[in-house]
Write a protein that binds this ligand. Structure first.
Ligand code: HEC
Ligand code: HEC
Length: 504
């Protein structure tokens, strides 16, 4: 974990005193802010590559409660001794607590640093912490599933962080529909080995009744402070699981919308990479190589989702949101002046869906195409967001490549890919990593190095696909390649040069 200059606590960690107890918790900055190693200052919004969420979670007493974020289906594991009252009202036995814990830990330990699995579909596929340079960068989420409603989907994503990710109990009412695990078994697995003794499921109890007794937020689903959206337990493309994170005392959406506005104010540090002439040459190559077809406009995205089988990158996260398609209804919300707790008959508004192309919305939930898709990301801040692609597999250290008379070659394969950088405690170099993105020969070796690593096999990281080359075979010189890389690295909040097509 990183500690900012002058601080006594790691980045993204907060303490408070509540009812006489010291509480330690994490904030968004744990993953969405980094420390500049030279100055010790915090770069807000840059992904934190040093934090290792898989390792931190695996050290927890009850990592089993995170099983949805891994590839473990506890109902396929051997039963243990612990009894509970199941959904049919019968006494049954839960999956063996130690077997679940060990299996979940094994998956968590395979995650590379800087990656976290935000999709609870029982597939082990963490993705890279993205930047928080969200201004005009919709849709949100690597698959583009957060695309409508307040702040063009940003508020949706913020709710998802709290609703779905930080509190597994919010998934109880939809566990049958999403995971094919009934509510009692689901809660039983979560609570049978709770870290806090008072939250540990007693022998022979009915998990949902036990949960009601210990729930710190009685009357609402889940432990976190949430409100039920119209139609709950169905979800909608606005609030996927139908539960909006919202503390009592704040009108509907005020906290989430405040967080959206804050993130939209974040920008990467200014960069001075190269001469104006070099940047102009680089911008011209960006257009000539066809990058502008997707990375168009001032923020370098056409805001669309591309089918996973077309973009060809690591396929496992493309359909990650598909289970939600089973519970989606037409999106509705309460207006933002409605107080929380909600009044008995709150007014309801429809959330328009036509602010994003229907095709992109369907791909995000793998509705029209079972492979799903990946959104075209904004390219602002590339100088601080290596490694690249959603799985973070495109990476190289500053010593991985060497230049000879024909161009760039691999100098040290052990410093290539996720395998040779973050898994090896070496920071990826933005320039070398972009070269690996754009050069098919360098990429081929990189993907092979990643695929040879058993942890990366287990966590579905390989850095494949996105075959848009700026290399000799595509008719570009090594100098062209260097120029476009300089251009890409110059894309801060106020780029000095924009491609001719992108600037109008
Ligand atoms: C443990 C690491 C971690 C923490 C803590 C975390 N995030 Fe994230 N965040 C991620 C990852 C990984 C993704 C990519 C998920 C995906 O798209 O599947 C992500 C995606 C996002 C996105 C989408 C960005 C985009 O451009 O698509 C937003 C917005 C976001 N997080 C906001 C937050 C907020 C707000 C908090 C705190 C309340 C937070 N995150 C806490 C890891 C984290
Ligand atoms: C057909 C649309 C399309 C074209 C053409 C295209 N891209 Fe992309 N680009 C994408 C998508 C989609 C992603 C996200 C893929 C993923 O993460 O799996 C992406 C990701 C990237 C990333 C990684 C961003 C990050 O934060 O990890 C960079 C850099 C990039 N593209 C640059 C380029 C350049 C340079 C070109 C031209 C040589 C280009 N792209 C051509 C669609 C496209």
């Amino acid at each position: 974990m990183d500690v900012p200059a002058g601080s006594i606590l790691p980045l993204g960690m907060r303490t408070s005193i509540e009812k006489g107890k010291v509480r330690v918790g994490i904030t968004c900055a744990l993953c969405h802010a980094a420390i500049d190693s030279r100055s010790g200052r915090v770069i807000e919004g840059a992904p934190n590559n040093d934090v290792d969420p898989g390792l931190v979670l695996a050290m927890a007493t009850n990592s089993a409660a995170m099983f949805r974020q891994t590839g473990v289906n506890p109902t396929k594991l051997p039963l243990g001794d612990r009894t509970y009252i199941n959904a049919d009202g019968e006494i049954a036995r839960l999956p063996d607590a130690k077997a679940v814990e060990d299996a979940v830990d094994a998956d968590l330990l395979s995650w590379p640093p800087g990656n976290f699995d935000s999709t609870g579909n029982m597939v082990n596929n963490p993705s890279q912490n993205p930047s928080s340079y969200t201004h005009k960068a919709w849709p949100y989420g690597w698959s583009g599933n957060a695309a409508i409603g307040w702040f063009h989907g940003l508020t949706t994503l913020n709710s998802n962080v709290h609703g779905t990710n930080s509190d597994a109990t919010t998934g109880a009412d939809s566990s049958q529909a999403l995971l094919n695990i009934d509510k009692e078994t689901y809660l039983g697995i979560l609570f049978q080995n709770s870290a806090t003794q008072a939250f540990r499921l007693p022998e022979g109890a009915k998990p949902s009744e036990f949960f009601e007794k210990i729930d710190p937020t009685p009357g609402e689903p889940g432990m976190n402070q949430v409100i039920k959206m119209p139609g709950y337990p169905k979800g909608s493309p606005f609030i996927l699981d139908g539960l909006m994170a919202n503390s009592p005392g704040f009108p509907v959406g005020e906290q989430l919308n405040g967080m959206s506005a804050f993130q939209n104010s974040l920008a990467p540090p200014p960069v001075q990479t190269a001469s104006t002439d070099t940047l102009k040459r680089g911008a011209a190559i960006f257009s000539k190589a066809g990058c502008v077809e997707c990375h168009s406009g001032r923020y370098f995205t056409n805001h669309e989702v591309i089918a996973a089988d077309e973009i060809g990158t690591q396929p496992s996260r493309g359909p990650a949101q598909a289970p939600f398609a089973r519970i989606l209804i037409a999106p509705q919300t309460y207006p933002s002046n409605v107080p929380v707790p909600l009044p008995p008959d709150p007014p309801v508004l429809s959330v328009p869906t036509d602010i994003t192309p229907q095709r992109s919305l369907e791909l995000a939930f793998a509705i029209s195409n079972p492979a799903g898709g990946y959104k075209v990301p904004s390219l602002i801040g590339l100088a601080v967001t290596a490694p690249y692609l959603h799985d973070g597999g495109v990476a190289a250290s500053s010593e991985a490549l060497k230049r000879d008379k024909d161009g760039f070659k691999v100098a040290d394969p052990n410093q290539l890919g996720m395998a040779g950088t973050l898994l090896n405690n070496i920071q990826p170099d933005p320039s070398a990593s972009l070269r690996v993105l754009l050069d098919r020969n360098l990429r081929e070796t990189t993907v092979a190095v990643n695929r040879a690593n058993s942890d990366l096999q287990q966590s579905n990281v390989d850095g494949s696909g996105h075959a848009y080359w700026v290399d000799t075979e595509a008719g570009f010189t090594p100098q062209d390649q260097t120029d476009i890389i300089q251009f890409l690295l110059s894309l801060d909040d106020d780029p000095e040069v924009l491609p001719a097509v992108a600037s109008n």
